[in-house]
Design a protein around this ligand. Structure first.
Ligand code: ATP
Length: 281
C-alpha cells in the first residue's frame, strides 16, 4: 500500500509530463524575490478524479507549490501541463478554495457563487445558464435554501460551503484547496471533509488538497505526497487504498498514520542535523 519513493527518483527530471492526467508538472522550482528557492525539481501528477493531499511541516512550501501549480505565480523553472496543455496562466477549468472563504460582504450567497463565473477566461454564459450553475452548486453543498443570505448571516462552515460552491460552479477539472477546513470546528470540519470527497466523486473533478493534518489527509486522499527538505521536494508518496468510510477502518488508518508520522520525524531530524552541520562549517 505505502510505496516509499525518493523525491525526483520516480518523477525525475528525465521523465516526461503525462499527457492524460488532469495536471502533470516536471522540474518545478520557485523562489520569492531576493530569496532562496522554496522548492526545486518538484514533479507531480494528478490523475483525473483523484484526490491528492500534499502534507508537510510548516513552512516547507506547500502553499507556494499550490499557488505555482494553479499558476497564480509563475515557476522560476519547470513546466506545468493542465489537461495536456502547457499552463501559462490560471486555467478556467481550475478552481481554488482557501482557508478563509473570502466572500464579498455586499453580495448574497448566490451572488458570491455567480461572481466566480465573471472572471476573464470563463466561458460566456447566458443569464439562465449562470443561474442554473449557481443553483446547482449551492444545492450540491447543501445551501439551496440559503441563496439569499449575506456572508454576515452565515456560520464559518456555511461560508466555506459557499466558497466550495463558488469553485464548483466553474465546473472545475481540478480543485486546488489550501487548508480549506483548518479554521472550522472539529464537527464541521469532519462534515466538510466528507462533503469534499462526495463532491469530487460526484462532479468528476480532481483535487489537490494542502493540509498539515495527517488525519485529514488519510480520511480524504487517494494519494498522499509528503513535502520536505530545503529547498522543498516531494520526498514520499502513499497510495491510500483504505476502504471508505475510513473512520470504520481504524487499524489501517492507525498504521498509515504511524508511517507518515515516522516519515515526518525523520524529515525533521534530517533537517536538524543539516542545520547543525551547517552551523559547524
Ligand atoms: N509572499 C512571500 N514572500 C516571501 N516569502 C514567502 C512568501 N510566502 C511564503 N514565503 C516563504 O516561503 C516559505 C514557504 O512558505 P509556504 O507558505 O509555502 O509554506 P507552507 O508549507 O504552506 O507553510 P504552512 O503549513 O505554515 O502554511 C516560507 O519560508 C515562507 O516564509
Amino acid at each position: 500500500m505505502n510505496a516509499p519513493l525518493e523525491g525526483g527518483r520516480l518523477y525525475g527530471a528525465g521523465q516526461p509530463a503525462v499527457e492524460g492526467h488532469a495536471l502533470s508538472a516536471r522540474g518545478l522550482a520557485y523562489a520569492y524575490a531576493g530569496a532562496a528557492s522554496v522548492f526545486a525539481d518538484v514533479a507531480i501528477d494528478i490523475r483525473h478524479r483523484e484526490i491528492v493531499c500534499l502534507l508537510g511541516g510548516s513552512g516547507c512550501g506547500k502553499s507556494s507549490l499550490l499557488r505555482v501549480l494553479a499558476r497564480l505565480e509563475a515557476p522560476t523553472a519547470g513546466e506545468i501541463r493542465f489537461l495536456g496543455e502547457v499552463l501559462t496562466a490560471p486555467h478556467p477549468r481550475a478552481a481554488l478554495v482557501f482557508q478563509q472563504a473570502s466572500l464579498l460582504p455586499w453580495l448574497d450567497a448566490a451572488g458570491n457563487v455567480g461572481f466566480g463565473l465573471d472572471f476573464d477566461h470563463q466561458p460566456a454564459l447566458s443569464r439562465s445558464e449562470r443561474a442554473e450553475r449557481v443553483g446547482h452548486a449551492l444545492s450540491a453543498v447543501g445551501l439551496a435554501g440559503h441563496a439569499h443570505r449575506y456572508p454576515a448571516q452565515l456560520s464559518g462552515g456555511m461560508a466555506q460551503r459557499v466558497a466550495l460552491a463558488r469553485a464548483l460552479a466553474r465546473q472545475p477539472q481540478l480543485l486546488f484547496a489550501d487548508e480549506p477546513f483548518s479554521a472550522l470546528d472539529a464537527i464541521t470540519r469532519a462534515e466538510m471533509q466528507d462533503l469534499l470527497v462526495e463532491l469530487v466523486h460526484r462532479w468528476h473533478t480532481a483535487a489537490l488538497l494542502v493540509t498539515h493534518d495527517i488525519d485529514e489527509a488519510i480520511l480524504v486522499a487517494d494519494r498522499i505526497l509528503l513535502m520536505g527538505g530545503a529547498p522543498g521536494r516531494i520526498v514520499r508518496e502513499w497510495a491510500v487504498d483504505i476502504e471508505r468510510p475510513r473512520e470504520a477502518q481504524p487499524v489501517a488508518v492507525t498504521a498509515l498514520r504511524l508511517d507518515i508520522l515516522n516519515a515526518l520525524h525523520a524529515l525533521r531530524a534530517h533537517s536538524y542535523e543539516h542545520h547543525q552541520t551547517e552551523g559547524k562549517t
